[in-house]
Design a protein around this ligand. Structure first.
Ligand code: FAD
Ligand code: MG
Ligand code: MG
Length: 318
């Protein structure tokens, strides 16, 4: 654990992602509890391994409902609510398409059109049936699969924040790879780098300063492959079955809860800049930074953060 002024950094690799915890006190025991908590949730939510509660639900698709723990039920209920509106680009039942494309994993390639059309029929969020009394989830059609990859990190980041707060931590930060959740305001605020799309990791287009906020970034540059001169990234359009095709390279959400950040990055990826800014006008609690392929950076407003442009190849548009 390198000591950098008064900051203590603790790191781990969980959920296939580098995890970083920053505290202003030396507390290995607390860091251990944070990583154990993340691991416990990973074990419940993962679809990257054969065993988890979500995999139990997926295996029983078309057969029977599965009763699950409160955390899994809550997160699935929230993910379904975000998925059902017809204009939503978010879809918790996207699993079969994610598995077929394998974007960012070995063996990724463009599936035949017929496969995509067939899989669209088993990715309908209305076919995820919930029973509050039994805390059970039933996937109505065989082959259906829930994928919480776009939302689980947000839920977990919020639970880590709650644990740190309960333990009396006034200033701290957890980075789950894409999801940063912060407590307090060291030196007036936390500075979080905004990754430059398709550049080396750590090369920044800007810096975001926040106090007690979550900062979530979703980017098409994170996981993708190229085939026949075209780029295919990992955020899929649930209505077409293909990667979302628009002007965006990344969307960042600043919000209190990282769960909202996760939902809104996907929603706005689907909406694009123009419609996205209209949606945001009705949600003063959610703020966004859009980075476009044309090297423009659009800010929704700056009530809850400060932004500094660090790359003069980009143009800032308020
Ligand atoms: P986001 O933009 O937040 O989400 C994109 C991901 O959401 C896609 O990868 C896909 O899974 C899903 N998705 C795609 N389109 C949609 C849509 N329209 N609506 C809803 N969801 C969509 N990675 C590994 O390499 N190895 C691991 O063992 C591993 N384990 C993981 C365990 C857990 C519990 C979680 C949450 C993630 C894990 N990951 C692992 C990472 C995972 O495979 C995804 O790459 C990651 O969740 C993508 O998150 P993101 O924040 O980068 O992108
Ligand atoms: Mg994410
Ligand atoms: Mg992301």
């Amino acid at each position: 654990m390198p000591k950098d002024e008064s900051v203590y950094s603790y790191s781990a690799v969980l959920m296939g992602s580098p995890i970083l915890l920053k505290l202003f006190r030396r507390d290995e025991a607390l860091a251990g509890r944070v990583f154990a908590l993340i691991k416990r949730y990973e074990d419940l939510f993962t679809v990257n391994r054969a065993e988890s509660e979500v995999m139990d639900i997926n295996r029983a698709a078309g057969q029977r409902p599965v009763s699950v723990s409160a955390a899994v039920y809550q997160l699935i209920k929230c993910a379904k609510a975000a998925s059902v509106p017809p204009a939503s680009a978010f879809n918790l039942a996207i699993g079969p398409l994610v598995k077929r494309w394998r974007i960012g994993f070995q063996g990724d390639s463009v599936p035949p059109e017929v496969d995509i059309q067939a899989l669209l029929a088993i990715t309908q969020p209305q076919d995820v049936l919930l029973d509050d009394a039994r805390q059970s989830v039933f996937l109505a059609k065989p082959g259906m699969e829930i994928d919480l990859g776009a939302i689980a990190k947000g839920y977990i980041a919020d639970r880590v924040r709650d644990l740190l707060r309960k333990e009396g931590v006034r200033e701290g930060l957890i980075n789950l790879g894409g999801n940063v959740q912060t407590l307090g305001a060291p030196e007036g605020g936390w500075s979080i780098g905004l990754q430059k799309p398709f550049a080396a990791s750590g090369e920044l287009v800007g810096a975001i300063e926040v106090v007690d906020k979550s900062v979530v970034t979703s980017g098409t540059y994170e996981r993708y492959f190229e085939q026949d001169g075209r780029r295919y990234h990992h955020i899929l359009n649930p209505h077409t079955g293909y990667p979302l095709d628009n002007e965006l390279d990344s969307v960042t959400i600043i919000s209190t809860d990282s769960l909202d950040g996760d939902i809104w990055t996907t929603l706005l990826y689907g909406a694009g800049v123009e419609a996205g800014r209209q949606w945001l006008a009705r949600r003063p609690d959610i703020e966004a930074i859009f980075v476009t392929k044309r090297r423009e950076i659009f800010l929704s407003s700056r009530r809850h953060f400060r932004f500094t442009l660090l790359d003069d190849g980009y143009r800032l548009i308020d």
